[in-house]
Design a protein around this ligand. Structure first.
Ligand code: HEC
Length: 173
C-alpha cells in the first residue's frame, strides 16, 4: 500500500522538474543558456548567487524590481547593457518554482583539464589535485636521470659485446 504513495510522490516530483525544464525551454531558452551567456546571464545553479524570492520577483517583472532600486537587479541590468527582459505575468509562482528547481538541479561541470591556464593549476591524468611546479620539476629531473642511466647501461653492454667479439676474433685467427 505504502509504495503507491512513494510512486505517486516520485512521479509528482519528476513531473515538477520536467515542467521546469519544459517551461525553461519554451519561455527562457531564447535568451538564456544554462552554462553560458546568451542575451542574458547563464542560469544554472543561480541559487549560489540569488535567493528564490528574488528570482520569483525578477522573473515575474524584472523592470518593476529594477525600478524599485534593488541593487542586484540594477547591477545585472547595467551589466547586460540595459536590455529589457520581458515580464512573465502569466507564469504562476508554482511555474517559477519549477523553473528555479530545474535550473538549480543542473550539476556543476567537472573542472576542465585543458582550460586550466597556469602550470601550477594543471591536473595531470590520474592526479586528484593540482601538481605543484616544484613537484613537476622534481619528476622531470627523475625522468631524465632514469633515461640517462638506461642509455649509459645500454652503451656499456654494447661496448662489452663489441670488446668480447673483437677479442674472440683475434684469438681465433
Ligand atoms: C528576451 C530575452 C529574455 C527572455 C525571454 C528571458 N530573459 Fe531573463 N534576462 C534577460 C536579460 C537581458 C537579462 C539581464 C538583466 C536585464 O537586462 O534585465 C536577464 C536576466 C535574468 C535573470 C537575472 C540573472 C542574474 O544573474 O541575476 C534571471 C533570474 C532571469 N533572467 C530569468 C529568466 C527566466 C526564468 C526566463 C524565462 C521564464 C527568462 N529570464 C527569459 C533576457 C531574457
Amino acid at each position: 500500500m505504502w509504495y503507491r504513495f512513494l510512486l505517486i510522490g516520485l512521479a509528482w516530483g519528476q513531473s515538477a522538474s520536467d515542467q521546469g525544464k519544459t517551461l525553461f525551454n519554451q519561455r527562457c531558452a531564447a535568451c538564456h543558456k544554462l552554462e553560458q551567456k546568451l542575451i542574458g546571464p547563464p542560469l544554472a545553479r543561480i541559487s549560489e548567487r540569488r535567493s528564490e524570492e528574488w528570482f520569483i520577483k525578477f522573473v515575474s517583472n524584472s523592470q518593476a524590481l529594477i525600478q524599485s532600486g534593488d541593487p542586484q537587479a540594477v547591477a545585472v541590468y547595467k551589466e547586460y547593457n540595459q536590455q529589457v527582459m520581458p515580464p512573465f505575468p502569466d507564469l504562476s509562482e508554482a511555474d517559477l518554482k519549477a523553473i528555479w528547481t530545474y535550473v538549480n538541479s543542473v550539476a556543476a561541470p567537472p573542472p576542465n583539464v585543458a582550460a586550466s591556464s597556469s602550470p601550477q593549476q594543471t591536473i595531470y591524468p590520474g592526479e586528484t589535485r593540482p601538481m605543484k611546479s616544484e613537484e613537476f620539476q622534481f619528476l622531470r629531473t627523475i625522468y631524465w636521470i632514469v633515461t640517462a642511466a638506461f642509455l649509459l647501461v645500454a652503451l656499456l653492454i654494447a661496448f662489452v659485446i663489441q670488446f668480447v667479439s673483437l677479442k674472440r676474433a683475434s684469438e681465433s685467427s
